[in-house]
Design a protein around this ligand. Structure first.
Ligand SMILES: [Zn+2]
Length: 49
């Protein structure tokens, strides 16, 4: 069984609004909730420990 790296990357491909913390799709240029462009890439989930 091989876990494809691509699958793992897709989970990280999200953007979080710095204003309202809404999670947006990676392709989003604006926050879908407040319309802010202050989006930052979401980092890997905190499961890693
Ligand atoms: Zn927002």
């Amino acid at each position: 069984m091989v876990i494809f790296p691509e699958t793992k990357e897709r989970r990280i491909k999200k953007k979080v609004c710095r204003k309202c913390k809404t999670v947006n799709p990676w392709t989003a240029k604006k926050c879908r909730k407040c319309g802010s462009t202050y989006l930052r890439p979401k980092k890997a989930e905190k499961k890693v420990k």
